[in-house]
Write a protein that binds this ligand. Sequence first.
Ligand code: DQA
Length: 149
Amino acid sequence: MSTPTPFILVINGPNLNLLGRRRPEIYGSETLDDINRRIAEAMPEGYALEARQSNSEGDIIDAIHEAGFDSACKGIILNAGAYTHYSYAIADAIEAVETPVIEVHLSNVDAREDFRRTSVIAPVCRGSISGFGSMSYILAAKALTDEKD
Ligand code: DQA
């Protein structure tokens, strides 16, 4: 039996399917497909990238459960959108799984409205990267695939 290809899963939450059209002055002009392509291009050799997007909390939780116990999944990059700020259900899912999860945001959430300064998922994530546009995802992918770890 051959060993499965290690992969990184990127999950984008609500409203991120609208990237490119949604508040480009904050989120930039790249579409979600553009961003996923950039992350895939930046992946080190030997790693695959899987990408999901959902506007539903339950789908995001299911995706975390599925990849979170798959030994081929070396990490999850999660932009939970506004769920970041209040979804204890997503926080519990992250806490429950074995795979490390990195929280990412395109915008600098600490430089925006007060409610965006609270992340209920940050305490159960391996780390958080915010404010670098699509580079936030690439930095997270680099952290998760760093062989020195
Ligand atoms: C976001 C920041 C969130 O506050 C917001 O609700 C989003 C996008 C970001 O990537 O900057 O939907 O996660």
